[in-house]
Design a protein around this ligand. Structure first.
Ligand SMILES: Cc1cc2nc3c(=O)[nH]c(=O)nc-3n(C[C@H](O)[C@H](O)[C@H](O)COP(=O)(O)OP(=O)(O)OC[C@H]3O[C@@H](n4cnc5c(N)ncnc54)[C@H](O)[C@@H]3O)c2cc1C
Ligand SMILES: NC(=O)c1ccc[n+]([C@@H]2O[C@H](COP(=O)([O-])OP(=O)(O)OC[C@H]3O[C@@H](n4cnc5c(N)ncnc54)[C@H](OP(=O)(O)O)[C@@H]3O)[C@@H](O)[C@H]2O)c1
Length: 263
């Protein structure tokens, strides 16, 4: 083996190239990276991405994959925090620029940690929608549940990214016979367009408005929940669901909820 190849194998990361970048708002971007053949992940997991710092050193952050397990590229969706060490640098990059990718995907935010049920509720704030975009490209998820509800809660309507991509999921040829199962429920908490849900997710759960809007009833026997986004939202939603009789899935103790803090 030559020295360069040996060094590459020993390194914990690979260097990937940005091939596409989309700016949804001044605070939200999505980008596509080249994918090394050896990079494996399960839908719902995250990667660690790194950028060099000007004075030397690197900054690394966790990012959930939005793309499918079987795609030849890796897609991500990112907040831009104006003085954030990673995202303010990321926002200045463009196609052709490079990002470091830790070789190992991480995390346990996976649908298969939930026991069988009829309805899958995917609840997100902000960039917490990212892992669901990957999960919803797994054909087995569509077969496993009778109904899937994706609720995306943001401050302003302009932050409801991926609406066309979500609509297209309903007619994807890989799970065409199940496409009708998906309901997308946008939630806007500040200046919501008329008719749109406009309360935070825990309040919508407590009032029954989320279930009513989906035309479903929630019950521990048949409802399963995934929570991702603002850590305070995850905490408040978890607490509200516990009040309603649901509990978190733990190792060797299947429950109704799996969760991931978005930072
Ligand atoms: C498991 C995991 C998965 C993650 N997946 C994603 C992802 O898919 N997309 C993504 O944008 N970020 C994700 N994050 C957050 C990400 O790792 C960074 O924190 C974020 O990109 C900002 O990095 P930064 O260095 O610019 O700012 P940081 O110094 O990391 O954060 C500064 C502050 O910005 C706020 N903040 C950080 N991330 C977010 C966010 N996503 N949305 C709203 N406010 C935020 C918080 O108030 C935080 O204290 C994830 C974090 C974890 C732990
Ligand atoms: N998006 C903006 O316009 C904006 C403007 C200035 C600064 N920022 C900064 O940018 C970062 C990201 O903002 P963001 O809007 O993407 O994320 P965010 O603050 O997490 O808000 C996203 C959604 O989550 C809701 N939410 C917040 N806390 C919650 C809780 N405890 N329970 C349930 N829902 C909750 C928000 O509702 P509420 O609207 O009720 O809070 C909003 O609908 C933040 O650090 C913020 O300070 C954002």
């Amino acid at each position: 083996m030559n020295a360069a190849l040996e060094a590459e194998i020993q390194q914990k990361y690979t260097t990937e190239t940005i091939t596409e970048m989309r700016r949804w708002t001044d605070k939200l971007i999505s980008f596509r990276l080249t994918r090394p053949e050896a990079f494996r992940f399960s839908a719902g997991q995250f990667a660690r991405l790194g950028l060099p710092l000007e004075g030397g050193g690197q900054v690394w952050r966790a990012y959930s994959m939005c793309s499918a397990e079987y795609d030849e590229f890796l897609d991500f969706y990112s907040i831009v925090v104006p003085d954030g060490q990673f995202s303010s640098r990321l926002a200045m990059l463009q196609p052709g620029d490079q990002v470091m990718l830790d070789k190992r995907a991480m995390g346990f935010f996976q649908v298969d940690r939930l026991p069988g049920g009829q309805d899958l509720w995917l609840l997100a704030t902000g960039t917490g929608i990212a892992p669901y975009l990957s999960i919803l490209q797994q054909p087995e998820v569509w077969g496993r549940f009778e109904r899937i509800v994706l609720a995306h809660c943001v401050r302003e309507a302009a932050e409801l990214s991926f609406q066309q991509e979500i609509a297209a999921l309903r007619s994807h040829p890989l799970w065409q016979e199940h496409g009708h199962k998906l309901q997308y429920l946008p939630v806007v908490t500040r200046a919501a367009p008329a008719g749109m849900l406009n309360q935070r997710i825990p309040a919508l759960l407590e009032s029954g408005e989320l279930a009513a809007r989906a035309g479903l009833t929630m019950a521990p026997e048949h409802s399963r929940f995934m929570l991702c986004g603002n850590p305070k939202m995850v905490e408040d939603t978890h607490r509200q669901l516990m009040k309603m009789g649901y509990r978190m899935t733990r190792q060797n103790a299947p429950g109704h909820i799996v969760l991931e803090n978005g930072w």
